[in-house]
Design a protein. Sequence first.
Length: 304
Amino acid sequence: MPDFTGPLDLAKALGDVGYMADDSLATAGFLAGALDKPLLCEGAPGVGKTSLAKALAEVHGTELIRLQCHEGLDSTHALYDWDFARQILHVRTIEAAAKTSAQRLDATRLDDELHSLPFLLRRPILQAIDRSRIEGADAQPRRPVLLIDEIDRAGDEFDALLLEVLSDWSVTVPELGTIHTSTPPLVILTSNRTRELHDALKRRCVYHWFSQPDAETEERILAHHVPDSPRELRAAVVRAANRLRAQSLIKPPGTSETIDWIRALRVLGVSELDEAAVRSTISAVLKDADDLSDLNPSTLVDRI
C-alpha cells in the first residue's frame, strides 16, 4: 500500500488516476487514512463523493467494498446473514446419509455444522473487517476501501449500528464469537444530506463538504473522461451547466451529468454547443420533467 507523506502526495496520486482533489479534500483524505478514521463526504449528488472511494481503491491498489444504503437497511444486509439455502441442502444431505446408514442424527453436532464459517454470508461491513484482518497480518497490509454510500437514505437505527462497529471494528456472531481487526479498512461515508446524521457518528469521522468544482477543474475532469472532446466544447458545456445551476431547478446537474452531456455530444458527432445540440442532448443533463419543460435552450448557448 502506498505510504503517502502528506496531502500533496495523495492529491498527485489521485490526479494520476483522473480524480481532481483540491487541497482541502486531499488533506481530509490524508488525515482520515493517517488517523484511521472514516471520511464523511457530504454534498449534492454528482459532485464526486462516490468516485473518490473508487479512486482511493485504485490509488492504494486494493479492493473496493460497497454498501449501498436504503430505507430499512439492517444488520443482515450490512453485517452478516446465514446461507439458508446451503443450510437446508446440508440438512437434507445429512438426513439422507443417516437413513442410508441407519444412524441417528446428532442434533447438536448438526446445529454446530450449520452455524460454522462455511455457511456464513459476509455482508459488506463484515467482509471489510475480515479482509483487513487477513491482510493485516502481512508485512505490507492492503486494507480494503469500504464505501458506505448514501448513508442518509438509511434510518437512525443504522447510524447506531454503524457507530457500534466503528467503536472497535468488531462484529460479534453469537454462534462463532467476535471477529475483530486491529487494522481497520479505509472507510468513506457519503451523504446527500436528505437527513441529519447522528452527532456521535459525525464525531468519529473526518469531514469534508463537496461543493461544485470551479470551471477550470470541471473542464479538466471532462478532458480526463472524454479526452477526444474539443477544448472549446468542454468549456461551452461547463458554462451551460453553470447557467443551469444558477436557475431554480429541482435537480441541478452535477459533474457526473456534465460528463454524460459531453459524452452524448461526442456520440452524436457534435463539436459545437448550439440550440439544436442542447435540445437533442439535454435529457442527459436534466432528469426532472418540470426542469425540462421550463428549459429555454437559448439561455444556455453563448452569444457572439
